[in-house]
Design a protein around this ligand. Structure first.
Ligand SMILES: [Zn+2]
Length: 154
């Protein structure tokens, strides 16, 4: 997909909040990033298919974040090794990213997208992110939670 196509598919996911999909997210809003199994936390969008990186509003447990990202599956246990880490909308914005509320059609949906650079607009979102930007993104987060054990306990 071309960059304009990627931006348009993000626009189609934006919320219907009264303030709009950027101003509806306040600086002190916590956000959670989830990674399944033993994978690394994603630190930039998959630039062949998306212009933003997915997080969830709130300080979610590993199970809560998994359910929010992937929907409740038959098994309620995240894969062994799954983790979450936390930041805030304000931290990401202060470090050059924009955070956009992108729940699709889900009322009160918690999905948000991080784009770069921070210009208060979806239309400037750019991929791929430069290397130093991916490092800055990682530095916006606290240390990850302990990995989920084989038994699935959080
Ligand atoms: Zn919103």
């Amino acid at each position: 997909m071309t960059l304009p196509d990627l931006r348009n598919s993000m626009l189609a996911m934006t919320c219907q909040c009264d303030d709009g999909p950027i101003d509806c997210l306040k600086s002190d809003q916590p956000v959670t990033q989830f990674v399944p199994g033993d994978d690394q936390f994603r630190c930039q969008p998959r630039s062949d298919r998306e212009v933003g990186l997915s997080l969830q509003k709130g300080t979610l447990s590993t199970t809560g974040a998994r359910d929010a990202m992937l929907g409740k599956a038959r098994s309620s246990k995240p894969k062994t090794g799954s983790r979450v880490r936390y930041s805030t909308v304000g931290t990401l914005r202060d470090n050059g990213f924009e955070v956009i509320h992108t729940p699709r059609k889900i009322a009160n949906g918690t999905h948000v997208s991080v784009v770069w650079p921070n210009t208060n607009s979806v239309y400037d979102a750019f991929v791929p992110w430069p290397e130093d930007v991916t490092q800055t993104f990682n530095e916006c987060f606290d240390e990850p939670t302990d990995p989920v054990d084989a038994g699935g306990a959080e």
